[in-house]
Ligand binder design. Sequence first.
Ligand code: ARG
Length: 466
Amino acid sequence: MSKLWGGRFRKETDALAHAFNASLAFDRRLYRQDIRGSIAHARMLGRVGIITPAEAEAIIRGLEAVLEDFEAGRVVPAPEDEDIHTLVERLLVEKIGPVGKKLHTARSRNDQVALDTRMYLKDEIGEIAGLLGDVCRALLDLAETHVETLMPGYTHLQRAQPVTLAHHLLAYFEMFLRDIDRLRDCYRRTDVLPLGAGALAGTPFPIDRAAVAAELGFAAVAENSIDAVSDRDFVIEFCAAAALIMMHLSRLGEEIVLWSSREFGFIELDDAFSTGSSIMPQKKNPDPAELIRGKAGRVFGHLTALLTVMKGLPLAYNKDMQEDKEALFDTVDTVKACLAVLAPMLRTMRVRADRMRRAARKGFMNATDLADYLVRKGVPFRDAHAAAGRAVLYALEQNRGLEELTLEELRQVSPHIEGDVYEAIALEKIVAARRVYGGPAPEAVRAALARARARLENLFERGGRK
Ligand code: ARG
């Protein structure tokens, strides 16, 4: 079978070259966008009189029938089909005859592929934002029940200061909320219609780009025909946003892995979200959390691949840009799969509040508060820090907590210590005292939770599911 562009060729394409060139195996997933875009293009061609209304009608009907064939799984690509654009056109001509050959008037595959990719990504950004919203809600629901659950806060993975589980979870909420916001921003720049740019220099036909934009739901029309077919910034921006999402997910995944170890024992994953070992009967492994952590790697890789593909490309379209699709598709698939599994994993995991609380009691996390106590008694902070340090050293030797030392013992490190010290270094009091805006006190966290719910819903209201 000869190529759609075969006119100026004397020879058939070499089979290897054809297979090397072809993108149908992966861009086939754009069939809906390709057909919807073509329908809008045909309708516009008919309306402005570039083709007759009857021709437009025939093409639109034909395209609708082709879409049905795709949906019903009736499409069988031939080895000669090169990409989704040529496949759809071939199927259309087979269905409605030579009039189908008028569809590609005033259009190039260069603006067509840019259109399809933008339409695809707009939908997927909405999907991913929705999944992020589900994860955010799971975090908020879990946080709501653990506003009083004390746990160690860490720096350097060493117990540092007591916080609550709710406060810790809200930190992830902030990351994912920023991710949703970043996606919205990326959506804005994706929401621009490239069709009408032609191969690179527009078209002499009197097309109506605004009408096509309106039909396809684009907020704007690309300003420059060369940029419209050369630009893949939106793909790269999305992959950068996806890389950040995956980085956040990998940190949460890592904490789930750590916390479900016997060493921590802070949580237990539901059986439905863990796996066993083929040799060790006792094992219950957090595989899904590990995979979430591990899959960050491929998404970072795709971002680097895309930047490298685009680097140094002369204007306008170059075939190199066909390489954008597998990277983009795999990024979308990976992020969606991770988010989809995370929300129910969070909702079903068992929190061992008792173990968290016990861990919070060990590790001298009230040492800063002992120093702060002395500061309130008039001791300069540096001296207070040293006195509290001596108390820790002494308690360590005794294998006791600071709060377990007698007043007499405590007064050895500083005569400024009085009976009210125990109240000042009690874990619950320490956390409750941190009422600062953004702090871990239950009072502050309850207010933060209420704000968080409103901020989340507001983000979605302002932009639909974008
Ligand atoms: N399959 C191509 C891609 O994904 C479509 C555009 C091809 N344009 C061309 N002039 N060969 O980029």
